[in-house]
Design a protein around this ligand. Sequence first.
Ligand code: F6R
Length: 327
Amino acid sequence: MSWPKMIRGVLEKWGVYRVEGVFDEVVVVGMGGSGIVGDYLQVLAAERGPLPVYVVKSYILPRFVDEDSLVLLISYSGNTLETLLAFKSALLSKLRVVVVSSGGVLKEEAWRRGVLYIEVPGGIVPRASLPSMLYSILGLLDTSGYSVITLREAEESVVFLEDVKSSILGSSSKLAKWLYSECVIPGRLVIIATHTPMGVLALRFKNEFNENSKLHVKVDVAPEWMHNDIVGYEAPLRRDYCVLEIIDPDNAVGCKLVEFMRDIYSEVTKSFYRVELRGENTLEKLLYGSLVGGLTSIFLAELRGVDPLITKTIELYKLKTKEIFKE
Ligand code: F6R
């Protein structure tokens, strides 16, 4: 609920961070709640930005990344090993690098090596910090002459979020109750169905339900879904689904695509819920949806009696990474 305040904090520093020179593409490297910031940027940039954005959720940088690329390394904790390994290989290849974190090894290394470093406020879980990481890189790109979102649009989006915040609280609590009775109690798999370019939101919902509510979720995005996944419904093995549709009401084709998906799902389930995104533009719709997803996942965690803040198995994996990635 403090996202508007969080964004305002970043807006105060808009214009402070800048990368000099010309580049051909932006490569965002990060994992989980940090890596998804790259997906958001990719959607926004595809719609109106001047540069292609590639997202790397790995410890290996693609071969095409070179001196004409701008590499943004994002890790909220600053300690995620995959991101640290990519950082090291970017430095070895003398690439143009910017680091975003709330501290950790990445901060120390960035300072030590004179790399441009953007600090976001610490003390919360990475996924809750989505707006500070996203707006930090939007500010960096705008100031560096590659604007995806202008300061004015960023400011308008905060006003929008402030306006809709309390209504989101109510609708998220309602959605969480529906998910609890339609999915959790009967043990159904949650399908999140949407259309492009909102696939990123379906992914965000999935991650929030995974990490906060400890649930498995399937993500279906039209129109690609119509070209493979759909065929599984010709001879379905299971009928224990519930479907959460996310639609942008201003996208007529998208809405028709999701309607068609519903016809097919209807063969296997009668359990549907629809979230209609609000907002004047894609940034506002993404913010709106992200807050609905986040709050719903927390309400759902409460209903399930699980702690949304603790992600034991991610920590278990992170302990193992030192062994797994040891050469
Ligand atoms: C945990 C979470 C994870 C992390 C991921 C990478 O709260 O959201 O998805 O984001 O494990 O860690 P960071 O973001 O610290 O690089």
